[in-house]
Ligand binder design. Sequence first.
Ligand SMILES: C[S@@+](CC[C@H](N)C(=O)[O-])C[C@H]1O[C@@H](n2cnc3c(N)ncnc32)[C@H](O)[C@@H]1O
Length: 249
Amino acid sequence: MLTPQEYLKKEGIKLEDFKKTALSKINKKNRELLDKLREHENKREGILNFYNILYSLVGDSWYYPERDLREKYLTTCKELLPPRGIVVDFGCGLGLDCTYFTLTREDLFVIGVDMSPVAARKAKSRAKRYGLKNIDTLVADFDHLPFQDESIDTGFSADSLFEYLFEVSEEYVLKRMGNVAKVLKKEGKLIIGKAGNPSEIIEYFGNSIGNYAKKIGMKEKFSTEFSYRSIEDGKPTKEYFTLVGLEKE
Ligand SMILES: C[S@@+](CC[C@H](N)C(=O)[O-])C[C@H]1O[C@@H](n2cnc3c(N)ncnc32)[C@H](O)[C@@H]1O
């Protein structure tokens, strides 16, 4: 069984200084463009164009400098995903997580969904490299999910349903979460991963993930926070990540 450590090594994911290595690959003009998109008055359009451009500029693994973080949550989530059924990775990005789940959990069929066609294409080729049959990747928006109501067993979402990069309103968060909840089966699970500790999440979004869940007919089953190592400006730093497990009532 491929361990997260082996997988991340194989995918070339290193613990590295995001600012010094990854960000330095984007020239000033593109940086300004990406910043402008973050301020775009139409959130959806801003987010879509931001990620299309970002993912076009970088390689398949560039977006993942935090090896330590991935190692920790891949280990936890692989165990937490219930047996059998369909798992959807909502906002799968370049597909690092959904490919690992598919590789290590043959009992699951995993679907990676992302609004960015560039992300979905790169996620597809990652899965193809491993010759996987129990995975698919789709271009789709949380606002128009291509699934029937109550058809998905488990959802997973890392830094996508909640993300700090764009100032989104409470209404925006609730609408996206509500759409995801609708396609989950009754008692279906949703695991949400978010950079930061629970109090940072409340400070930024105005509410905890569990409180948002209550408003859309889901209940919080667990919440766990862990620290991981990162490097910023050449110095090791300690960052936090929160995982919240929800269940549809
Ligand atoms: C911060 S990235 C995280 C990607 C991946 N889960 C990871 O952990 O590396 C957020 C992702 O969510 C996707 N996304 C944002 N809003 C979306 C929406 N409304 N519908 C579908 N995907 C969306 C973006 O295109 C982007 O790939």
